[in-house]
Design a protein around this ligand. Structure first.
Ligand SMILES: [Zn+2]
Length: 280
């Protein structure tokens, strides 16, 4: 869950340059360049919104050639590799830290024309890429996946967590933060269809475990609620800076804990207990 700068690629120029490529697939799609061009323009105008962008049925027959151009991009489509390799920090789709794959925002199975369209190519971790698969919309209008190049609200904090159950081993679930309307529909869709299936709870558990079992490894030796809250805020900011996203999983977890008074009081007790432990 992260806003990315738009790729610097001019996709219409790339398409024109593709006319000079003599590969079999490049030649195969030449007759439909005007239709592809129209689709690129429509995508950019709609910000990729899957409720607005309609696949061109005439291009379905060219999906094999389009996919091959994505898998083995010629020089004209050099941006495919650049986008895949060019990112550091949090995964834009889920917020976890590992990258390495390219996710097609509008899935190539249903929208082959956007196989190599730069704004449809989102560097993402393999875990959430697999978890989301081809899902991009919900049952109700407005419910859809986050588009990291167009959804500007993702540059702010939109993700936190709630803790439920026994604080020794609580359930930790991602929660939308400070979003309403259309943005809330997107963040909620993203939580249900990307973050939870990609393993958010299992990721959060050991972070909470460290706070409870070994608090002095990351918090100050001051057993007050204020000091714990300050320590958590420091961790929240540090990870947002490191991952280049306010909505990295770690930052969101520290944010949610910091805003939970019971959790803060519980951790202040844990700090107190740890300080009284005899040195080993
Ligand atoms: Zn991810």
């Amino acid at each position: 869950v992260r806003l990315l700068p738009q790729p610097t690629t001019d996709d219409l120029v790339a398409l024109t340059r593709l006319e000079k490529s003599w590969g079999k697939s490049a030649k195969a799609i030449r007759p439909v360049h005007p239709s592809i061009r129209t689709q690129f323009i429509a995508y950019a105008a709609a910000g990729g919104d899957p409720w607005q962008v309609v696949a061109d049925p005439a291009l379905a027959g060219f999906s094999a050639a389009l996919e091959e151009l994505y898998e083995y991009p010629p020089v004209a489509l050099g941006h495919v590799k650049t986008i895949r390799d060019g990112l550091t920090g949090a995964c834009p789709m889920c917020g976890r830290d590992a990258l390495g794959t390219l996710d097609h925002y509008l899935p190539k199975a249903n929208y082959p024309e956007f196989c190599f369209f730069s704004r449809n190519l989102v560097p993402a971790c393999s875990r959430c890429n697999t978890a989301r698969s081809t899902a991009v919309i919900g049952l109700n209008p407005g419910q859809r996946a986050l588009q990291p190049y167009f959804d500007a609200f993702a540059s702010q904090r939109v993700l936190s967590v709630e803790l439920t159950g026994n604080l020794q081993a609580p359930d930790i679930r991602p929660l939308p933060f400070n979003v309403v309307g259309a943005a809330a529909l997107v963040v909620n869709w993203q939580i249900d269809n990307v973050l939870i299936p990609a393993g958010f709870a299992a990721y959060a558990a050991p972070i909470w475990g460290t706070l409870v079992d070994n608090p002095l490894s990351i918090l100050d030796e001051v057993p007050t609620a204020e000091a714990v809250a300050e320590g958590l805020e420091r961790l929240e900011r540090a990870d947002a800076a490191l991952s280049q996203s306010q909505n990295s999983w770690r930052s969101s977890i520290f944010h949610g804990v910091r805003n939970n008074q019971n959790a803060i009081a519980f951790l202040a007790q844990r700090v107190d207990t740890a300080m009284k432990r005899p040195p080993r």
